[in-house]
Write a new protein. Structure first.
Lengths: 300, 576
């Protein structure tokens, strides 16, 4: 394969293609914005200790008003403080770590699992599909939150376990969608041609089916990011997610939601961060779908 | 002569494309009189369907719009008419039937509901009268058992019956103009003959003006009073049908008519030296299970192919003909291992029964297939060069720069430039795509190519070129073809031998001239007499009797009676 990549019938080699895709992403204002947001958030997560203006765990006396209420945004605390006088900005920055890991890791596992199960069931059909899809239906029928609580209770709560638990709950929808789509694709002539040529299953699945499924995977994958971050918040709220005092965007919202009328910034800023993250992935995902589809070339 | 019912003057239609507005209809003018049939003929992209949609006010918005001209229906100007105004016109005064009757009918409503809905929508009768009127309409379109059909849903009807229902709906309000957009293209030839016959009779009885849109010059010759030939949205020639066929004036019309395959005009096939068979098929049967019930058990079987035997020699073309559902495509799929089969298939002397997928691999190299739809059989996300190279990689026949050379050679071989390798399928025309498919099939240097309706989706001029290419390849390489088609005229051009199939069994087989010019089986004769002949001076055929084909579905353990073939001449065998 590697040798054939150099010949002139082929697309440019892999590295060149990736560079081309990134260039295309940057040339569109919306996806460039999305990409910038993602880079910023990843940067914030990586360099959190150096960026944070305050210790996110320190219950600062200065952080509370004379009557003990949290401070609104402005002055020393740019985004205000929470009920314990902790700096919200610093907690959000540190929370980026948790939320990104959960959002990307949990969602990534869910995509891999869901797409894998869906493609396998849709392509092979027969008893493979029967077993896989019945199992998927079973998972769908099970209350997601209950399942998550049970799983989280069995294993020691840790970031990885939380991510796995969320993935276990979220892969089902993806599997359903991909299954249906694969089934109709597998009947199409260009797949029949491949069978007639004697192509192996792996070649058909990876080279011919997967590229056509990419748009659905991208759309569902980016939609999944926000639900994942929120599910993590729910789990944290129930005490089976990320353990306090470690901040995550979700648990900041849940800790403070009862004070929404007196201290709205405590819910607004983490909420905005979640929306921004989901939006960024969505913009990049949409653009990626169009860039990878040669029939849309030159039409954006 | 009466005043025209429909007067189109200087009609311009533009489509918005990424490159800017494109004119798809350019100053088209014509008149249509009561009782007259005007055919708009042309190849794909000529604007013939656009004309129909423009008259019906159904141009896809917002990409398409009328930029000039006028369409007058009697005293009513249709260009610029409001949606509400159009609703009063459509079906009531101008009705349309489409190519695909299944998708034009609502699958969740019975035939009666759909007819009654149309009648009441246009206040053609009271709701009390409606069911009676619906029944009368079905009788008018000569539907068999009309009382029973009223209660049925579209999926319970055959393609021909569905098109009859569509015609009944179109004629419900006795319109002045009937627009028929390729009304028989999706139908078998015998059904096509019935439907054309019906349209002719209804037109005679009601005095309706018919605007017929078709690509098939045979249909034009049988139906039209006058013809307009369109190309790239412009009128190329407009003439009474007999004048056009007798002496086409424009160069394009001459080319178009010359490219039409005419049954009975093909030159004799060149004699071939006797060679060993590439393919020997014995007692091939394909059955598909019909499952149902609580336990999902096999309750019946579709006997798609039943006990078929044949041989193809190197350099020979065997044509398989028959109507849809006769099993001809299933045979092709079975040979490539795409359908489960029983019996014996020997490829180049090698038995393939019971071979696993790895043992089948070398066998596959000997048989390749070219499908009907050239676009659908290419992967839209991969460059065409990569796709032609793929079989070489799968079978490990070449590597490195050798692949590029081989692919370039194959591109030149099918008449394409190697520069095109880095493009994607959507950048090619239908004929070019089919060339790419042929290049891919040739990449493994097969001995036999199964061509399943490979030219049916192409325009006639392109069809002629692709057939020529296939002939060239056969002459050079001694390739054998199994040519599956419903089109008798095409088959006459390419075949050495012909096999006629009906309900999964062979009813007649023999050398081309014997089967097509001296058909012995009643079914072969019926097929041949139903083919529309591109010659308007020929007397229109007598009404072809409708024959129910029967069903290929049998309960487990039962099956159709096997037909015995007996010789009527050397190599010419007919079912008794």
């Amino acid at each position: 394969m590697s040798a054939t990549r150099t010949s002139d019938t082929r697309l440019p080699p892999r590295a060149g293609r990736t560079a081309g895709v990134i260039r295309a992403l940057l040339s569109r204002p919306r996806s460039a914005f999305g990409l910038a947001v993602i880079v910023l958030m990843v940067g914030a997560a990586l360099f959190a200790p150096w960026i944070m203006p305050h210790d996110p765990f320190e219950q600062s006396f200065d952080g509370l008003s004379m009557v003990g209420a949290p401070l609104p945004p402005g002055g020393e605390f740019p985004l205000g403080t929470d009920l314990l006088g902790r700096d919200l900005f610093s907690r959000l920055i540190l929370g980026t770590r948790t939320s990104l890991i959960i959002g990307v890791l949990a969602n990534g596992i869910a995509i891999l699992l869901g797409a894998g199960v869906g493609i396998a069931a849709g392509y092979f059909g027969g008893w493979v599909a029967a077993i896989l899809m019945r199992f998927t239906d079973l998972m769908m029928a099970f209350p997601a939150l209950l399942l998550a609580i049970v799983l989280a209770a069995i294993f020691q709560p840790s970031l990885l376990i939380v991510a796995l638990v969320i993935a276990m709950v979220n892969w089902v929808q993806m599997a359903r969608v991909i299954y249906t789509e694969t089934r109709s694709l597998a009947e199409r002539d260009f797949i029949q041609v491949q069978r007639a040529l004697g192509a192996g299953h792996l070649r058909i699945l990876l080279r011919h089916l997967l590229p056509h499924l990419l748009s659905s995977i991208v759309v569902f994958g980016t939609l999944g990011i926000s639900t994942t971050v929120l599910l993590e918040a729910t789990l944290s709220f129930l005490g089976v997610g990320v353990q306090p005092p470690t901040p995550s965007w979700g648990n900041i919202i849940f800790e403070n939601q009862t004070y929404f009328s007196t201290a709205p910034w405590l819910v607004f800023f983490p909420g905005a961060a979640i929306v921004l993250l989901a939006l960024a992935f969505n913009l990049v995902g949409d653009a990626l779908r169009d860039i990878l589809d040669p029939t849309l070339k030159g039409r954006h | 002569m009466s005043d025209p019912v429909l007067k189109v003057r200087e009609l311009n239609v533009q489509v918005a494309t990424p490159e800017g507005a494109k004119t798809v209809l350019d100053r088209l003018s014509f008149d249509l009189r009561a009782g007259e049939t005007l055919c708009l003929a042309g190849e794909s992209g000529s604007g013939k369907s656009m004309t129909a949609l423009a008259v019906m006010g159904l141009l896809p918005k917002p990409m398409c719009r009328i930029t000039g001209g006028s369409i007058r229906l009697g005293e009513t100007e249709l260009v610029g008419l409001s949606d509400a105004g159009y609703r009063r016109i459509r079906t009531a005064r101008v009705a349309m039937i489409f190519q695909e009757p299944m998708t034009s009918l609502n699958p969740l409503m019975t035939v009666q509901q759909q007819l009654v809905e149309t009648l009441l929508e246009h206040d053609a009768c009271t709701s009390a009268e409606a069911p009676r009127r619906a029944l009368q309409l079905l009788r008018d379109v000569q539907m068999t058992e009309p009382e029973r059909r009223l209660k049925q849903y579209p999926h319970e009807l055959s393609g021909g019956m569905r098109q009859r229902v569509m015609i009944a709906i179109a004629l419900a309000c006795d319109p002045e103009v009937l627009i028929a957009d390729e009304p028989t293209t999706a139908l078998d030839v015998t059904v096509q003959a019935e439907i054309l016959d019906l349209i002719r009779n209804l037109q005679r009885d009601h005095g309706t003006a018919v605007l017929m849109i078709t690509h098939d010059m045979g249909v034009v010759a049988e139906m039209a009073d006058r013809v307009i030939i369109l190309r790239h949205g412009q009128e190329v020639e407009s003439a009474p049908v007999r004048d056009l066929f007798a002496a086409p004036q424009s160069e394009y019309a001459q080319e178009l008519l010359a490219a039409v395959p005419r049954l009975g005009s093909a030159p004799p096939r060149r004699a071939r030296p006797a060679t060993d068979p590439v393919l020997e098929v014995e007692e091939l049967s394909v059955r598909f299970p019909v499952r149902g019930g609580i336990l999902n058990r096999v309750q019946a079987q579709v006997h798609a192919v039943e006990n078929v035997s044949f041989e193809i020699a190197a350099g020979e073309t065997l044509a398989l003909v028959g109507e849809s559902g006769c099993g001809k495509s299933t045979i092709g799929k079975a040979l490539l291992g795409l359908a489960p089969w029983t019996g014996s298939v020997k490829v180049a002397g090698r038995q393939t029964r019971g071979l696993g997928s790895s043992a089948m691999k070398p066998v596959r190299r000997a048989i390749q297939m070219v499908f009907q739809d050239p676009g659908a059989s290419l992967d839209s996300r991969m460059t065409v060069g990569d796709q032609v190279a793929e079989p070489l990689q799968i079978h490990g026949l070449a590597s490195g720069s050798e692949i590029a050379d081989r692919v370039a050679h194959l591109f030149r071989r099918v008449g394409l430039s190697p520069d095109m390798m880095a493009r994607f399928p959507h950048e090619f025309s239908g004929g070019q795509r089919q060339r790419i498919n042929i290049a891919r099939a040739l990449s493994l240097s097969p001995r036999l190519i199964v061509a399943d309706e490979s030219v049916s989706a192409l325009d006639v001029s392109v069809q002629a070129q692709v057939l020529e290419l296939l002939q060239e390849i056969q002459d050079e390489d001694g390739l054998a073809f199994l040519f599956i088609s419903h089109d008798m005229a095409v088959i006459e051009q390419v075949a050495d031998r012909v096999m006629v199939m009906r309900l999964g069994q062979v009813v007649e087989e023999g050398p081309r001239d014997a089967v097509l010019r001296d058909p012995r089986h009643a079914y072969t004769r019926r097929l041949l007499s139903a083919v529309p002949v591109p010659d308007p001076t020929r007397p229109r055929p007598e009404r072809i009797e409708t024959e129910s084909l029967g069903s290929p579905i049998w309960p487990v353990g039962e099956g159709p009676q096997l037909l015995n073939l007996h010789d009527v001449a050397p190599g010419h065998r007919v079912a008794s």
